[in-house]
Design a protein. Structure first.
Length: 240
């Protein structure tokens, strides 16, 4: 027989105890369910949940738990050719200090294109100097193949992308402290890319915008010219 919490010291429940499917507190050991937190109902609010503390079920407000959750701000699906996907000040603002971009199934309008990211501090009117870096590992090679490129004028998402929609690019990029008014804004991330020759690569990525003003605009674009023609990009705010 299964028990909730500690094993009761009372005699086993009889068939009459289970009449009508009801079990009262008096038929269970008192150290299993406290009088203040009975199993009468689940939490009514989605901001509460039940935990077990030494066999006693207690309600806990989710707001008391530490942050770090991802909160979806906006998703943009690319269904036709676009020069960029941008998240302006409506979505990139002081609501969150840290953000994450997740791109899925991106492809370019032609082979040998480089997808990149830039940020703006004036809602896209201008783009300050950027510095980017990428370290690449070939996934499908018989032996490891490595390469690196630094001092780029944008934040790269791979390189030499394949145009076919079934050979695409995927990435995750984290943006730190975008509301700071006294430091550069850094980005780190990773991507998987199928290049124009059909080879598969994994990228470690880093970069920053050389500005101490708060960032309020992020764009993903085809740095080599041309369009993005498939996939989706989601912006998340990171709770604190």
């Amino acid at each position: 027989m299964a028990y909730i919490g500690q094993k009761p010291t009372d005699k086993p429940l009889s068939a009459s105890d289970l009449e009508d499917g009801l079990i009262t507190n008096s038929k269970l050991a008192q150290d299993i369910i406290s009088g203040e937190t009975e199993l009468a109902e689940a939490p009514a609010s989605t901001d509460e949940f039940l935990i077990s503390d030494a066999g006693v079920l207690k309600r806990l407000d989710a707001s008391l738990i530490g942050g770090g959750s991802l909160n979806l701000v906006k998703t943009t699906a690319i269904t036709s050719g676009v020069s960029e996907v941008a998240f302006n000040s409506t979505y990139t603002n002081s609501t969150y200090n840290n953000y994450m971009l997740i791109g899925r199934g991106l492809s370019t309008s032609a082979d040998n294109k480089d997808i990149g990211i830039k940020m703006s501090v004036d809602n896209g009117s201008n783009f300050a100097t950027h510095v980017g870096f990428r370290l690449v590992h070939q996934i499908n090679g018989g032996s490891p193949s490595y390469g690196a490129s630094g001092n780029l004028s944008y934040i790269p998402i791979g390189s030499d992308e394949e145009a076919d929609n079934d050979d695409n690019s995927n990435f995750k990029m984290t943006f730190y402290d975008l509301n700071s008014d006294n430091a550069r804004k850094f980005v780190v991330g990773e991507a998987t890319v199928v290049n124009q020759n059909g080879d598969i690569y994994f990228y470690h990525i880093g970069g920053c915008i050389v500005s101490t003003s708060a960032v309020n605009y992020i764009k993903v674009y085809n740095n080599s010219g041309g369009n993005l023609d498939d996939g989706s990009i989601s912006l998340y705010g990171i709770g604190e």
